[in-house]
Design a protein around this ligand. Structure first.
Ligand code: ZN
Length: 189
């Protein structure tokens, strides 16, 4: 497997709408290998998720996997989920404030408003139609990844720019308050 190069903010590939992946193209060995490489790249970078445009491949594929994540230790585990042509619909108007980061925006985090519950439909890597409901912090991860497929980065959604922080300063100044809020959210959802 290959670790792919991650595109950083400023690279135009992160700003385009990625194209739908037809079933026939999904079934190709080259596409299946690409999906394996995408998962491997996410793991090597300790990401909670990654989207294909982040490795300069603008197709509608993204993956999420959280298992005792080093970058986000407070996050509940999410099994490996590979989404092709995902469609995400909020199923509540309730939102929460998520402190997000992104592999394509090095050393920056900021507060973003996300829906607390979303419905997701997508093709899995075999082309099987799949539906899922996501809540709380997990719902935030999926919203972040699906945004990438539309050329949107978390920084576009940061309303209070005074929340922007480096990772080290997040640890020092913001983490405890955020973790306390998220623990309450996880318990509620
Ligand atoms: Zn991202």
């Amino acid at each position: 497997m290959t670790i792919l190069k991650i595109a950083h903010i400023g690279n135009p590939v992160l700003r385009e709408r990625s194209r739908e992946l037809p079933r026939e193209e999904l079934a190709l060995p080259a596409t299946q290998t690409f999906i394996d490489d995408l998962v491997e790249t996410m793991r090597a970078a300790n990401g909670a998720g990654i989207a294909a445009p982040q490795v300069e491949h603008p197709i509608r594929v993204c993956v999420v996997h959280v298992q005792k994540n080093k970058r986000y230790p407070y996050m509940p585990d999410i099994p490996l989920t590979i989404m092709v042509n995902p469609v995400l619909t909020p199923s509540t108007s309730d939102t929460f404030e998520n402190y997000e980061g992104c592999l394509s925006v090095p050393n920056l985090r900021g507060v973003v408003e996300r829906f607390t519950r979303v419905e997701l439909s997508y093709l899995d890597r075999r082309g099987v139609e799949t539906k899922q409901t996501l809540r709380g912090l997990s719902a935030g991860v999926f919203q972040h990844e699906c945004d990438h497929l539309d050329g949107k980065l978390f920084v576009d959604r940061v309303r209070d720019t005074t929340s922007l922080t480096t990772w080290a300063d997040f640890e020092q100044f913001h983490k405890q308050a955020f973790v306390d809020k998220m623990t309450a959210l996880v318990a509620r959802e």
